[in-house]
Write a protein that binds this ligand. Sequence first.
Ligand code: UDP
Length: 417
Amino acid sequence: MSDLLDRYAAVAGRESVDQLCQLAAPLKHITITHVSATPLGGGVAEILHSMVPLTEALGITTKWQIINGSAEFYQCTKDFHNSLQGNHTSISSAQLKVYETINEANAETLRHNLETSDVVIIHDPQPMAMITHFPERKNKWIWRCHIDASRPYWPVWKYLSGFAKQYDASIFSLVDFTHPLPHPMFLVPPSIDPLSEKNRDLEQEEIDKIRPLFGIDPERPLVLQVSRFDRFKDPIGVIEAFRLARKFNPGIQLALAGSGAQDDPEGEVVLGEVKRAAGNNPDIHILLLPPDAHRLINALQRSADIIMQKSIKEGFGLTVTEGLWKGKPLIGGNVGGIRLQVIHKETGFIVNTPEGAAYRIRHLLQHRQIAEEVGAAGKEYIRKNFLITRHLRDYLSLIYSLLFESNDQIELPTVRP
Ligand code: UDP
């Protein structure tokens, strides 16, 4: 077994790595290509950075292609994203034309690679329309939707589902996010990589250095939310909760850490709103991080007393998985994949309003024992359910079933000891 697989076995358990080897054995001759919009920033990039080398370590040739787009293209795909999450966004036919033309150009650039892969996994709506340029394809194309599309703005879903229907299968993170499509649909929640810079164990010395670096007092409690500056992450609600909690715990500090994703043109505007809401309160720290500040985020999460993810819409919420993996008490919004990860009062706390969040902050600061127990339970829950090993196991199982058209049963070869 490769060194990388041994390292995963040490954290995720030998059994889960053995399962992966079993599943990979009949797939060793295939090539898988993932296609996404950005190499850095956001959850999709985060997952693929780990998924690709792990799949390769299992002996399956795996590639990751990034599409190219213009500012108009990213504005349009951001509008798609917001519309799938429920915003009534009107997208002009000129914008759709840009979307389709850019997809066509990318299809031509990537044609050889996509035609010679056995399985193509297209992530989210940005590269989704490329499929129309491969009418004669012989391989399997899967659309992987990472977005909370539970209540999409209907005209936009209708347009995008025209592309989705052409795929051989689709994958959604939660059952709530699905809509009927004429092909096999799979539910696969995302995951984190316990070995990545974002999640690996750190020495206490490194964790202790992080607060002074940002002017945060090491002695007083810190509430942290790590997120892109996006309204669906509700940074303003977090500030409101912080102000309410501070009336009872005047010593607390808040850090909102984030950066823009390359495909997110709204970030600057939301950041301006957040800065205005924070005013000149010296205990609200807005930390603008480079998109590759993984280790720094790891240390920040480990140094926080409470982690928040007060989203009002959320596909899955990798920041929740990351926070729980650090053994921290976590307060999350009652939406999307946060509900899958946070079992209220067992692995974290679910809230609906800034008032609810403020109450939980106070409660956790008063009851440190509860905070510790819930944090520890959260970590175990992630270990069992939301590590990259489980995620890849699900992908390989569904790829196997698509390639070998085994609909209801997967026969695994016996593994040699
Ligand atoms: N992230 C980051 N830097 C930031 C903000 C977020 O590296 O400034 C990471 C975060 O740690 C997580 C991912 O980006 O791994 C965000 O994934 P999530 O599912 O929470 O939200 P998304 O941005 O995909 O909506």
